[in-house]
Each structure stands twice: as C-alpha cells, then as structure tokens.
Write a protein that binds this ligand. Structure first.
Ligand code: F6R
Length: 242
C-alpha cells in the first residue's frame, strides 16, 4: 500500500480528486468505482468544481457504486442512488445511463447480486475504485469475517455500522437492516484502488491496516493483496500508524 499523508480533510480530498481527474484525462471512457459515506464528499465537491471550471468532462465515464441499502428505492432520500445524484451526478455532465448502483428495491435480491457482479465483469472492472474504511475495517458493507473470495452479496448490517449510519436517518430503527454490497473479491478486481481516511476516529483502523495482519477479521487488510492501492490519509487518521 502506497501511503500519502495530507495535512487535513480538505487536502486529502484535493489529492483524491486529482487522482480521479488524471485518470479521466488519460482515459475519457474510464470506469470509476464510487463510494458513499462522509469521506468522499469533499472529493466529489472538488470533482464538481473541476467540471464547472471547464477542465474535465465525465460524458463518457461509466461508474459502478459499491453498495446500496436493501429496501430503499432509488428516490428514497437516504438511498445511495439519491446520495450520488445529490453529491455528484446532478452536477457533472455524466450520462445517468452510464451510472450503476445495486438496486436495493429489486424484487429478487439474490438475482440482483448476480446481475451486478456480471455488470462489474461486463463494463468493468473499474479502472479506479474509491473506497472509505469503517472503524471496524469494513470496506463496502463487508463486515469483519466476510470471506475474501466474496462477490456481490447481501449482508446483515452490524449494530455498530447501523449506529454509525443512523445520523443520516430519523432514528436508529429507520436504518435498514440489510444491504447489498460488492464483495471483497469484486472490489479487488479493480485495476487501481484509492482508499481515503480522515479524522482521528479512523486512526485505529489505519494503524491496523498498515501494521496488522492480513485477516478476514479485518476486511480492509485484503487490500494488501492488491498490487495497486494508494491510501490518502490526513494526519489525524495517520497518527497512530506512524
Ligand atoms: C460507502 C461504503 C462504506 C464507507 C465506510 C466509511 O459506500 O461502502 O464502507 O466507506 O462506512 O464511511 P464514512 O466515510 O462515512 O466514514
């Protein structure tokens, strides 16, 4: 894992946006793997800024998102579909037909998992995958114990992940209990991976990632089996790992 340490969240986000912009300049038909959550928000803001300043175009870019909540349709305010539109897709020239997110409201969720994994192989794998990391080391919604050979699948969310995400919902009870996520194996198909982490709450996870074992008990450690991973981290998230 190549590590780049930036002073703060904003610097981390600018650096991440530059990596994306370099990729889409080199390949205007690149496939981007995208994440939701708080971490990539300012990265997406910087990407929107770069687009509005006329420097970059997403016209022929395709995207594949990591995950979606089961039971929420595309229009639900807390769906990852809505999140991506609000924070990125509505503000750039991307063709919405080229954006792909698992369908949380699919009538047959198992079939949806297979369809989505097929899509990763068909239009992907992503040239560049953006990832955040959970405090327990989850990537996507792959919680500790997820087999490294997992493909897109349905997961039961842990109490800690539901609590961490409750801030976006009216109450803890309103947080869905399941999600559909790319598996560890699906994520590792990406040609290049950009892992972002900011803030001291992520410091123990970054320490364990960089200094700990590769084990299924800590999903992000699978990234050490991938040949091209860059971690962009701010000083607060890096402080324990030094
Ligand atoms: C989001 C995702 C999650 C988040 C992780 C960190 O698509 O797959 O794994 O990246 O939960 O979330 P934040 O960035 O909110 O700390």
């Amino acid at each position: 894992v190549k590590v780049i340490v930036k002073e703060d969240y904003q610097e981390m986000s600018c650096a991440a946006a530059h990596v994306v912009e370099k990729k889409i300049t080199e390949n205007p038909q690149a496939v981007l793997g995208l994440a939701t959550g708080s971490t990539p928000l300012a990265t997406y803001k910087e990407m929107v800024k770069g687009y509005k300043e006329g420097e970059f175009s997403y016209r022929n870019i395709q995207t594949l998102n990591l995950d979606e909540y089961v039971g929420l349709d595309k229009k639900h305010p807390q769906s990852y579909h809505r999140f991506m539109c609000e924070h990125l897709f509505d503000h750039i020239d991307i063709d919405l037909d080229n954006t792909h997110i698992p369908r949380g409201d699919a009538p047959d969720i198992e079939q949806e998992c297979q369809r989505y994994e097929g899509l990763i192989d068909q239009i992907g794998p992503p040239d560049l995958q953006i990832l955040g990391i959970g405090r327990n080391g989850h990537i996507g919604f792959n919680e500790p114990g997820t087999p490294f050979d997992s493909t897109t699948h349905v997961v039961t969310l842990t109490e800690s992940t539901r609590k961490a995400n409750a801030r976006f919902f009216s109450s803890l009870e309103a947080v869905p209990t399941h999600s559909i996520t790319m598996g560890i194996c699906s994520i590792l198909k990406s040609k290049q991976i950009l892992l972002l982490a900011s803030g001291e709450e992520k410091a123990p996870a970054i320490d364990r990632l960089l200094n700990g074992e590769v084990e299924e008990d800590f999903p992000a450690s699978a990234l050490k089996n991938h040949p091209d991973v860059t971690l962009i981290v701010d000083e607060k998230a890096y402080q324990k790992a030094v």
